[in-house]
Design a protein around this ligand. Structure first.
Ligand SMILES: Cc1cc2nc3c(=O)[nH]c(=O)nc-3n(C[C@H](O)[C@H](O)[C@H](O)COP(=O)(O)O)c2cc1C
Length: 177
């Protein structure tokens, strides 16, 4: 039986550069008989964390929105793909808001395998800060394993990644989860 692979797309651009890399990754995973699901944060209602700290005792968030079902999907996944465009040298606000809302449950993600997929107009070396920002999340999770990072630099307009080698790299990464 294959792994359950859940991909979070935080770009507001459907079929944009990160989305295309994620799709290649998931195709590779499916071809290797893994089960995949993709979530677009742009389709979800996710409020900001209120910092109320109620979850530190209840392990549940007081906010009732789409995070309830997203948390269930994350806990059910073996492999979690976090994808984001680089926005001002960091992750998108959508991804940061999503991660902050994992405060009640992040310890339960222990042992999961993670992949990071990013796109940026600038070159790959400028993406490192964004990768480090994402690692700020996985560093807090016991035995979280970052199994792969895709640096999609040099892509500015929607679809710029089309025909580039990075899509094959994404496919192979997905095929080897
Ligand atoms: C608000 C905003 C901020 C951005 N900041 C950066 C940046 O700091 N560095 C960079 O290289 N590209 C930056 N970009 C360009 C995007 O990273 C680039 O267009 C990327 O391909 C978008 O990925 P997507 O198609 O998956 O949305 C920015 C774009 C937007 C809209």
């Amino acid at each position: 039986m294959g792994k359950k692979v859940l991909a979070i797309v935080s770009s507001p651009r459907k079929n944009g550069n990160t989305d295309m890399m994620v799709e290649s990754f998931l195709k590779g995973a499916r071809d290797a008989m893994h089960r995949t699901e993709k979530i677009y944060l742009r389709d979800c209602k996710i409020e900001f964390c209120r910092g109320c700290e109620v979850c530190s005792s209840t392990h549940h968030c007081v906010i009732k929105d789409d995070m309830e079902r997203l948390v269930d999907k994350l806990l059910d996944a073996d492999v979690i793909v976090l994808s984001t465009p680089v926005y001002f040298y960091s992750m998108s606000g959508q991804m940061k808001t999503f991660i902050d809302r994992l405060m009640p449950v992040y310890p339960e993600l222990r042992g999961r395998e993670f992949y990071f997929i990013t796109a940026a107009a600038d070159n790959d070396t400028m993406i490192e800060r964004t990768m480090q920002a994402l690692e700020g999340f996985t560093d807090c999770i016991e035995n979280a394993e970052i199994r792969g990072k895709l640096y999609g630099g040099g892509n500015w307009r929607k679809g710029d990644v089309e025909g580039k080698e990075i899509l094959n790299t994404a496919y192979m990464m997905g095929a080897n989860v």
